[in-house]
Design a protein. Structure first.
Length: 465
């Protein structure tokens, strides 16, 4: 009783804002128009129909609403489709220098200026020269076709993220991961791997939901990805979304600024632009995870000297190294509580329920270290557990300097049940069967009810939790 009297008065009452995942990701891409000549269209579907492969990928990742695809090769055909169908995205494949994909894109923008247009090309010498002379302002992104349909899924998700990011941050505090890269061939390779990992982890986290419908809804709260191709774009995105940035992955060499209508990859890059960017970001946020990638080994020492994590682009296991850093530093893996002095692991947590059950056994200095560095808040938001994350960030971080260990553990423990009540909304959750309960006379086990039933205890009053 004496310990509870030390709890700060402002902690005695707190409110958790419920999140309706149905209000997130409300803008979607349903119809995609692909502009390509017959040969490029054949190459695109060489190993199977695009729509069938995209449908299979959506199903495998547990996602709904796969888009449909329409292919045309001339301006007249594109106009006919636009007149009869609500097109949400145009993908142009200028496979050779005399292809009219650019003309079709201009016609599309003239008819519907708000429809996103992207370039998807294998980058032959002819098309590269053509793109250097074209006004690229009509295109939202440029990608290199590497024969992997996962890239098309990534293009769709990247544009959907851009369409919904402002609303979803305002609605729920959704997080972002920023990728800063000007090399088209490289980000066309790394984006599919990044999205595949995020979507797969989102699918895994959603298994904690009450039912399949709630699991599908919760996936809408996954972290979004934003792409910047020069210093100016990256800094503008950081200034706008710094409070909701889960982490940043940055190349080392890229342009400081790109002229209007030009591609960043054809401009001469600053060899230390990435270092300059991450240094400025570190001045504003001491703990946001920063990952530097480079094909120049000499940059490893520069990155590690500044305290940045480093990924070698030339490594055969580059994707594995990147995923490992995402798990350890951006909240996608288990939460590992470490001793502040020895850095040794003292406890590993996989779910919110495990956190609640074990919160009182975590050493105070370890808990405070992770709270001060926003590790716990980052881990919760990566799993779309926004109400508890906001409580951790707003209340516990403010009181991190108080020398009253019990309140911090107690408030961490008590923040979870109100969140669960909001999440269930009175719905009955599948019960757990605990076999051979020593306190029950029949010793066959007891049912642990998870729903708020008036008059019924949540569990046996003296049963171990």
């Amino acid at each position: 009783m004496e310990e509870t009297t030390n709890i700060p008065q402002e902690f005695n009452t707190f409110y958790l804002k419920d999140v309706s995942f149905a209000h997130l990701m409300t803008r979607r891409i349903f119809n995609v128009l692909i502009v390509a000549n017959p040969y490029d269209a054949f190459m695109l579907e060489d190993d199977g129909r695009v729509d069938e492969k995209i449908f299979d990928e959506y199903t495998e990742l547990g996602m709904r609403y796969p888009p449909s695809f329409t292919q045309v090769s001339t301006t007249e055909e594109a106009q006919g489709v636009l007149e009869n169908t609500d097109i949400d995205l145009v993908i142009c494949m200028p496979g050779n220098a005399d292809n009219d994909a650019f003309a079709v894109a201009r016609e599309v923008k003239a008819m519907k200026h708000d429809v996103p247009c992207v370039v998807l090309t294998p980058f032959s010498h002819g098309i590269t020269r053509r793109m250097q002379d074209e006004d690229m302002t009509i295109f939202d992104y440029v990608f290199c076709w590497l024969g992997n349909t996962n890239l098309i899924l990534s293009i769709i998700k990247l544009i959907e993220d851009r369409m919904n990011i402002d609303h979803d941050i305002e609605e729920a505090g959704v997080q972002i991961i920023m990728l800063v890269e000007d090399n088209i061939r490289f980000y066309s390779s790394v984006l599919p791997n990044l999205y595949n990992y995020i979507l797969q982890q989102s699918k895994n986290f959603s298994t904690e939901a009450l039912n399949p419908h709630a699991a599908a809804q919760r996936k809408r709260g996954r972290p979004k990805v934003v792409l910047a191709t020069n210093y100016e774009e990256a800094w503008a995105l950081w200034q706008k979304y710094h409070d909701n940035t889960l982490g940043i992955i940055s190349d080392t060499r890229f342009p400081m600024k790109t002229p209007v209508g030009r591609l960043s990859h054809v401009e001469e890059g600053d060899p230390e632009a990435g270092l300059k960017l991450l240094k400025e970001i570190r001045k504003q946020d001491e703990y946001v995870p920063l990952i530097m990638e480079s094909s120049e080994v000499v940059n490893r020492e520069k990155a590690e000297a500044e305290g940045f994590h480093f990924v070698d682009k030339n490594s055969k296991k580059m994707n594995v190294d990147l995923r490992h850093l995402l798990e350890e530093h951006m909240g996608f893996g288990d939460f590992i509580f470490r001793d502040p002095v020895t850095k040794e692991e003292v406890m590993r947590i996989s779910t919110l329920k495990e956190l609640q059950d074990n919160i009182f056994t975590i050493p105070h200095d370890s808990l405070m270290r992770h709270i001060r560095r926003n590790h716990m808040s980052r881990w919760l938001t990566a799993r779309a557990i926004f109400p508890v994350s906001q409580f951790q960030a707003c209340h516990l971080a403010q009181a991190a300097g108080r020398r009253c260990p019990p309140p911090h553990h107690l408030r961490c423990h008590r923040a979870v049940p109100p969140h669960e009540e909001h999440r269930r909304g009175g719905r009955l959750r599948p019960y757990e069967v605990r076999p051979l309960c020593p306190l029950c006379p029949h010793r066959r086990g007891f049912l642990r009810w998870q729903g708020p039933w008036p008059g019924f205890p949540r569990r046996h009053p003296q049963a171990p939790s």
